[in-house]
Design a protein around this ligand. Structure first.
Ligand code: SF4
Length: 394
């Protein structure tokens, strides 16, 4: 657990527009202190029997002492209050929904993807490490994007102006800022947008229930099958598997991604365990195998070829999963990013480089045999007619 940021968290003025955080040259405060000045009191916590504050935003469950921060560095206790990130984005980009590796959710539509700083894990191959690890790396230039101050209203207005029908939270771990994400998503829902969190799923039932009223999809990065590998990333396997089952139970649309990293999680036995565990929750959950691309601390490893991934796709189907995809690798195989009908195998959605190039679905079903294709296709949730309705915000 690290020390809390050194500045006090003052009352915030309302921030009407997206605006770069003022960075005058006399302001020598580190990024963590500038973010702390934006933080607001958190909702996701409980009091321990000794009257300490236990954070419930992620499965670490940090009990945070006065003047200290949790393992993520962005949630901290000051004057007996737990503070959480609020009122800013480190990055926001309008991109195809498929860029989020969400293939059965508003296919072919445009999403506004917001990201902040910080993470509860520390994966040495993180694609977005300049955001996720910005507060841990010694180098003050790790975060090469300055925070943009914004209100939920301004962010959603910007999304709509950019033609987005989906608001997504990704890049770093959104659940460590669940209160801010919920505020943004509540506004997005009010304006008619769909919403999705892209998460490492090292989270809690409390946090999932907290965002569910305003969040439609939970896209999970499931990194390994066991504790030993998860420990190397700073987490545990069990909470992640639990979160996948809980998210499904709560009625989120769920998709799972596993990045296959050579020498870390590429043993067939371990991938079989993952496929089994997902199929046990539901065979309708799409499983995406993402090929390793050299990044961050594993930059010297070679990029992965598609060949080995193709056989893992076959294994996934043999375990009872109905939609298994592979992407991100060299060596073609665009075919493995298409959606086929699990009943008659007709080609239904064609994709190329995280882009839908043709969509032959008819009202969320196969145009040829009429089989319902699990997912949330535009306005209508095709396979989840019996899913719990979104609960009311407390
Ligand atoms: S989000 Fe996780 S790491 Fe951060 S303070 Fe809460 S429990 Fe700890």
């Amino acid at each position: 657990m690290s020390h809390a940021p050194s500045s006090r968290a003052p009352a915030r003025a309302s921030l009407p527009v997206l605006d770069r955080a003022p960075r005058d040259t006399n302001d020598a405060r580190p990024l963590i202190d500038r973010l702390a000045a934006l933080a607001t009191p958190a909702s996701l916590f409980e009091k321990t029997e000794h009257d300490h504050l236990r954070c419930l935003a992620c499965a670490h469950g940090c009990v945070i002492q006065e003047g200290r921060a949790g393992a993520c560095a962005v949630r901290f206790v000051r004057d007996g209050v737990l503070y959480a990130p609020h009122g800013y984005v480190a990055r926001r980009l309008a991109r195809n929904v498929e860029i989020n590796t969400l293939y059965h959710f508003h296919a072919g539509e445009r999403s506004m993807i917001m990201g902040m700083y910080g993470c509860d894990l520390r994966c040495p191959y993180c694609h977005n490490w300049r955001l996720s690890q910005a507060l841990r790396e010694d180098d003050e230039h790790t975060a090469d994007e300055e925070p943009l101050l914004c209100t939920a209203e301004a962010l959603v207005e910007h999304a709509i102006e950019q033609g987005c029908s989906v608001m997504a939270a990704a890049y770093n771990e959104p659940m460590i800022a669940a209160e801010w994400v919920r505020d943004v998503f509540a506004e997005a829902k009010r304006r008619g947008l769909a919403t999705a969190v892209i998460s490492d799923a090292n989270t809690t039932r409390e946090a999932l229930s907290f965002i569910r009223p305003v969040c439609d999809a939970f896209r999970v990065d499931l990194k390994a099958a066991d504790n030993e590998r998860y420990r190397a990333l700073g987490g545990r396997a069990a909470p992640v598997f639990e979160a996948i089952a809980t998210a499904k139970e709560l009625g989120f649309w769920v998709e799972v991604v596993t990045m296959v990293v050579p020498g870390f999680n590429d043993e067939l036995k371990s991938l079989r365990t993952i496929a089994d565990a997902i199929a046990k929750v539901s065979g309708e959950i799409p499983w995406h195998l993402n090929a390793f691309v050299p990044r961050y601390k594993l930059e010297s490893l070679p990029r992965m070829e598609m060949g080995p991934l193709a056989s893992v796709v076959g294994m996934g189907y043999s375990k009872g999963l109905r939609y298994v995809y592979a992407s991100n690798a060299r060596g073609g195989y665009t075919e493995l990013s298409h959606t086929r009908c699990p009943s008659c195998h007709e080609l239904l959605i064609e994709r190329d480089d995280y882009r839908v190039t043709a969509n032959h679905l008819k009202n969320g079903a196969c145009f040829k045999c009429g089989e319902t294709i699990a997912g949330v296709w535009g306005e209508r949730r095709a396979s989840e007619a019996n899913a719990p309705a979104s609960p009311e915000l407390p």
